[in-house]
Ligand binder design. Structure first.
Ligand code: GLN
Length: 235
């Protein structure tokens, strides 16, 4: 089995509401299967030049997004090549917004994203806060659970499809009942929590895409009991 090469994008800037737990989950679920993991970080001022299998970018407030928006532009071409090579990306909330074309806050300049997703985000007038349950077509069970806290309204276009359909919560914009996004192996979601520990079936789905290999199942009894206890839980 090949080594899983992980790159955490701007962990010092975008890493709120425990989003770093997603990295821990991906690393552990690989290591528990005896898969070697190479872990790198990309921080401000650095330029990416080596391929990775799994890229992660967490959430953050508008202020941190301003700096990351500028930094990401320096790596846009390389990350676009990585997307087109089939690398897996997972972006959470503010990080998700910057995987699209732009995030337009209430005040100030439009924050440019890197257009890995055909999506854009406009500042909303309300904060969407609370538990989320959605149904995705990518896994069995179809349920995904987490917690959202954002004012941005995200709209999907072209070949970029939703990650799931909302059952409980607001999702991308509180109107079209979509949540998150997928194009090729680039995934975005508003689900904090952390997202992957509460959805181990989706964590394995991303791992299998990143390794391009089917994996032996783990004993997820405890994790899935926790997951099931949260499905359709509004508060
Ligand atoms: N600042 C963005 C918004 O409020 C993202 C917030 C976040 O990452 N939780 O929509």
């Amino acid at each position: 089995m090949k080594t899983l090469r992980i790159c955490h994008l701007y962990p010092k800037l975008l890493n709120i509401y425990g989003d770093g737990g997603n990295i821990i989950t991906i690393k552990k679920r690989a290591e528990w299967r005896g898969i070697n993991v190479q872990f790198d970080e990309l921080n401000s001022g650095e330029i990416l030049a080596t391929e990775h299998d799994f890229y992660f970018i967490g959430g953050g407030q508008d202020t941190q997004q301003i700096e990351v928006s500028c930094e990401l532009q320096k790596n846009k071409d390389f990350l676009t090549q990585e997307r087109d090579r089939g690398a897996v990306f997972l972006g959470i909330c503010g990080g998700y917004q910057l995987l699209g074309h732009y995030y337009q806050p209430h005040n100030g300049e439009k924050l440019l994203g890197i257009s890995l997703l055909d999506a854009y985000t406009l500042a909303g007038n309300n904060r969407f806060i609370g538990n989320v349950t959605e149904l995705t077509e990518f896994t069995e069970p179809k349920s995904l659970v987490g917690f959202e806290n954002h004012s941005g309204l995200t709209y999907l276009q072209g070949e970029t499809k939703p990650l799931g359909k909302i059952v409980v919560g607001y999702g991308n914009n509180g109107k079209d009942l979509t949540e998150g996004a997928r194009y090729k192996n680039v995934f975005g979601t508003y689900l904090h929590g952390s997202f992957l520990p509460k959805n181990p079936h989706f964590a394995d789905y991303l791992l299998e895409l990143a390794l391009d290999n089917k994996l032996e199942p783990l004993d997820d009894t405890i994790e899935m009991n926790t997951h099931k206890s949260l499905v359709t839980k509004a508060y």
